[in-house]
Design a protein around this ligand. Sequence first.
Ligand code: TXA
Ligand code: MG
Length: 354
Amino acid sequence: MSTEILPPSQRAIVAARERLQAGDVVALPTETVYGLAGVATDEAAVTRIFSAKERPSFDPLIVHVPHLPRQRLAAMVEAGWVDRAPLDLTAVERTEALLDTFWPGPLTLVLPAGPTIPGIVTSGLDTVAVRCPDHPVFQAVLEAVGEPMAAPSANRFGRLSPTSAGDVLEELGGRIPLILDGGPTRVGVESTIVRVEADGSVTLLRAGGTPVEAIERAVGCGVRRAAGDDQSAPGRMLSHYAPGHRLRPLPSRAGELTPHQVEGLLAGTDPTAPIGVLVFDPMGAHARERLQALFGRPLELRELGAESGPAARALFRSMRELDRSAGVLLFAEPVSRTHELWPAIAERLSKAMA
Ligand code: TXA
Ligand code: MG
C-alpha cells in the first residue's frame, strides 16, 4: 500500500472523510501527537487501527469527540458515548468542571462507557476514554464524518509517538493509505488521562499535556496517583515510547558530570559509537566543550530548554533524531521537577529507559 501525505486543505478533509466513512484509517494531527484515526463505532475500522500499529487488543483506545460548545456531558450521554447512571452528583459536577475548563485540549477523561462504543475500543472495560482534540484539522474531519473517532498515537506499538507527518510516515508508511500533514504538534506529549470515579474522586492514569495542579484547581480536590501496579490504564506498562537504541539516565546534570562517572557510563561500550545526550537547561559554550572532552567521542547534544512547555514540544522529536544515528549511545539528564509538564517528560523518559 502506498501512503499519501496531504497538506491541510478542503480536498484533504474530503479525502480523509471518504476513507474513514469507507472503514479505513487515516493519520491526523492533534495538538499533542499525531493519531491514527478510525470511526469509533465501526469495529472493522478499529480492528485496522490495532493491526496497523501491531497493538495488543487489551490496550484500549481514546475516543475523540467533536467540539461540544455546552452541556458537554449531557451531549455525550445523549450520543451514547458515555453513561451517566453510575456517576453520583459530585462526579457529574467534577466531570463538567473538567470539560468546561480543559476542552478542547490535552485532557482525556475516563468515564463509564455508553452503549454505542464497541467493546473492541475499550478492550472490554466498562469505561471509555474520551478527549476533544484542539486541532483545526482533526476537528474539521470529525465534523465532516459526523462520528466520534478512535485514535491512538500513530506509531508502531511501544515506539516513540509521532509529532510530525514525517514521523508518522517513518512509523506506518506502507501500512496506512493517508496522512494529513498539520505541521509539527504544539504540545508534543500525549494528553493527561484522569479517571472520574463514581463517587467523584479523580485518579491520574497518565501525566501529559495538562498539568495535574491545574486539574486539581478545576475540581477543587486532590488528584490521586494510580498505584504503580494499576493496570487499568494499560499504557502504564513499562517500556513504552522506546527509541530503537537504549536510552540511559545520566547520574547527574550534564554540567556536573565527573570524569569517573563518564568512565562508568562508557565502560564496555563500542569506543567508536557516537553519543547522544538530552539536556534541559541550556549549557553554554564552555560547558558544552567540557562535556565533549569528557566523553571524547562524537557528541550530539539536544538542549530541550529550562521551560517544560518547549521541552515537552521537543522531547519526542529530539529522541527520534538522536535515534537515527547508527550505533548511538543515548543518555538523558534526570528530571526531578514536579510541576507543569515536567512529570509528563519524566514519565516518558523513564518509560523509554525501561
Ligand atoms: O494525546 C493523546 O492522548 C493521543 C492523541 C492521538 O489523542 N492519543 C494517545 O492514545 O496517546 P494512545 O492510544 O497512544 O494512549 C491512550 C492510553 C492508553 O495507554 C490506554 O491504555 C488508555 O489511554 N486508555 C484508553 N481507554 C482507557 C480506559 N477505558 N481506561 C483506562 N485507560 C484507558
Ligand atoms: Mg501511544
